[in-house]
Design a protein around this ligand. Structure first.
Ligand code: GRF
Length: 208
């Protein structure tokens, strides 16, 4: 059984897709051991409570400095004893010690086809605003392992989504979530839980 910690900061629709995937059996061999939020008002914490999953909040606001916050945040993850960390709308820049300790054991979902519209500053609606500004006809989502860079880790799965004439950033964001994010993140977890994902020379090989 793959034990996962899901790290969140906001609404938690990707968390919900994981909870639903486990309930429906599209994600197998997986148990959510912890939902960790850096924001006490995150609706994701309510989603965890409703599903009977342990939810914990460790907020930077409660610590004198960044270092103490990072220590407490990492301790919460370590205490849960997880095999995989899943970033599902997590706005905390993870400390390097954590990223190194969990090498190839942290995954993230990013709302574009990496390497387009990614890197520092590309989060939330900004990603979709930039895609619309550039006039791309296809965008999408990418599920990838997390390394010490921003959106630079090995890519596990990607799915393209059509941009429609007249889309607003919000409309595009929702379509990318519905058609891509909520599908590929659960799928990546299921593949990892079943030993089908391997990282070789910084690239992911999937054996189905
Ligand atoms: C998603 O767009 C995801 O791609 C990005 O943050 C957003 C999280 O949404 N990393 P939610 O909290 O899962 O609803």
């Amino acid at each position: 059984m793959l034990r996962i910690a899901v790290l969140v900061s906001g609404g938690g629709t990707n968390l919900q897709a994981i909870i639903d995937g486990i309930a429906k059996g599209t994600i197998t061999n997986t148990e959510i051991s912890l939902v960790l939020s850096n924001n006490k008002d995150a609706y994701a914490l309510e989603r965890a409570a409703k599903a009977g999953i342990k939810g914990v909040c460790v907020s930077a606001k409660d610590f004198a400095d960044r270092e103490d916050f990072h220590k407490a945040y990492m301790a919460a993850i370590d205490e849960a004893g997880v095999d995989l960390i899943v970033l599902a709308g997590c706005l905390v820049v993870l400390p390097e010690t954590l990223v190194k300790k969990y090498e190839n054991r942290i995954i993230n979902i990013h709302p574009s086809l990496i390497p387009a519209f990614c890197g520092t500053g590309f989060y939330g609606l900004k990603v979709h605003e930039e895609a619309l500004k550039r006039g791309v006809k296809l965008t999408g989502a990418t599920c990838h392992f997390v390394d010490c860079g921003t959106d630079t880790g090995p890519i596990i799965l990607q799915k393209a989504v059509e941009v429609k004439t007249g889309d607003t950033p919000k409309e595009l964001q929702l379509r990318v979530m519905e058609e891509a994010e909520w599908e590929i993140m659960p799928k990546a977890i299921d593949l990892i839980a079943n030993g089908k994902v391997q990282v070789v020379e910084n690239k992911v090989i999937i054996t189905e």
